[in-house]
Design a protein around this ligand. Structure first.
Ligand SMILES: [Zn+2]
Length: 49
């Protein structure tokens, strides 16, 4: 996983949760380098930052 802000791979998962109705799982990450927060969505062939 890369930070979308600074490109660092030094990120940590803060938490994750399921969204069964939408069919995907969301993971909330925090970048250790710049402190940026972002979500990663996985599921049903869709994947985006
Ligand atoms: Zn960053």
């Amino acid at each position: 996983m890369k930070c979308p802000y600074c490109g660092s791979e030094s990120v940590e998962a803060v938490k994750s949760w399921e969204m069964p109705r939408m069919g995907y799982r969301v993971t909330h990450y925090r970048c250790k380098n710049c402190g940026g927060l972002f979500n990663h969505y996985v599921g049903r062939g869709k994947s985006s930052c």
